[in-house]
Design a binder for this molecule. Structure first.
Ligand SMILES: Nc1ncnc2c1ncn2[C@@H]1O[C@H](COP(=O)(O)OP(=O)(O)OP(=O)(O)O)[C@@H](O)[C@H]1O
Length: 287
């Protein structure tokens, strides 16, 4: 049976009246690079915090690498890069790496120093003087220095320029290739994820909209472009995820795994971005 890196079953987290997560079931197999996507407030940070034991569920269960997280620290083999990247502001980068190595028994300080050097962050620079992007690179070096089997990253690309985004993704991918690390990463930059992710979790308003291998998702959906007709499109209503119309053209995202359709319709495979945006728009429209 396939090993599961992150599993949530019937997971809910409510903050007073807000249902940040509601009865969510998620499975990310070991070895995947999983994109956790969804609009602002969808529940992505909440899901990651529950997986790392930083918050406790209101209902349901979550496990990472077969362990139930608790409030006694990060589960074994798991590293988390949070949005606020907690680093000691008064330390310089070298001291920060040294502190990380003292706090983590198996810490690979050489690797962390190499990653910081690759990012051109000076070892002597004080953490408080670093730019947001440089702080991300240092925090990522520390997270990977812990040699995690599962790394969970909350919007790691947010502060980065396009070149740095590519470099961070390359760093992660070389870790995946070398050590088989599982990556779960939230981001709003779908174009960056499309190249590297082989698994996707889409959350919207605290619900799981999609959770599957990217290949399966793409195989099981089609984009259909046809005439700008009035009335019902010539496809089963239950297969239509989203429909948009102009006077000249109708565009449908279909839950369909073949290229079958009427001759005046053009059927093609959607990009991951088209697929995700269509699901996000339907959820928005249903609010
Ligand atoms: N500590 C908290 N107290 C009350 N409500 C909270 C708390 N943390 C999150 N929420 C609410 O829970 C919902 C989900 O928030 P969460 O931060 O998990 O979303 P997100 O998908 O990570 O959003 P973003 O993309 O904007 O970072 C939001 O409505 C948010 O306002």
């Amino acid at each position: 049976m396939e090993e599961i890196a992150l599993e949530a079953t019937g997971l809910s987290k409510h903050y007073r009246r807000t249902r940040a997560l509601d009865n969510c079931t998620v499975r990310v197999p070991v070895g995947r690079v999983s994109a956790l996507v969804g609009p602002n407030g969808a529940g992505k940070t909440t899901l990651m915090s529950l997986a790392c034991g930083l918050r406790t569920p209101t209902a349901g269960e979550v496990s990472v690498l077969g362990q139930r997280p608790d409030n006694k620290g990060m589960p074994d083999g798991v590293a988390f890069l949070s949005q606020d990247k907690p680093l000691y502001r008064g330390f310089n980068v070298s001291e920060m790496l040294h502190a990380a190595s003292k706090l983590n028994s198996d810490f690979d300080e050489d690797r962390a120093r190499r990653l910081v050097a690759d990012a051109d962050v000076p070892l002597k620079a004080k953490v408080k003087t670093l730019s947001g992007g440089q702080r991300t690179r240092v925090a990522l070096a520390i997270a990977l220095g812990r040699r995690p089997r599962l790394i969970i990253l909350d919007e790691p690309l947010a502060d980065l320029d396009p070149l740095a985004r590519k470099q961070v993704m390359q760093t992660l991918m070389s870790d995946v290739a070398e050590f088989g690390t599982t990556v779960v990463m939230s981001s709003h930059v779908l174009a960056d994820l499309e190249e590297v992710c082989d698994h996707l979790v889409l959350l919207a308003s605290g619900h799981v909209q999609l959770c599957d291998e990217v290949e399966n998702l793409l195989d099981n959906h089609r984009l259909a472009v046809g005439p700008g007709i009035e009335g019902e499109p010539p496809f089963p209503r239950e297969s239509i995820v989203e429909a948009s119309r102009t006077r000249r053209e109708t565009t449908l995202l279909l839950r369909q795994s073949t290229d079958d359709g009427p001759p005046d319709w053009d059927i093609s495979s959607p990009s991951l971005e088209e697929l995700v945006l269509a699901y996000m728009r339907t959820k928005e429209a249903a609010k």
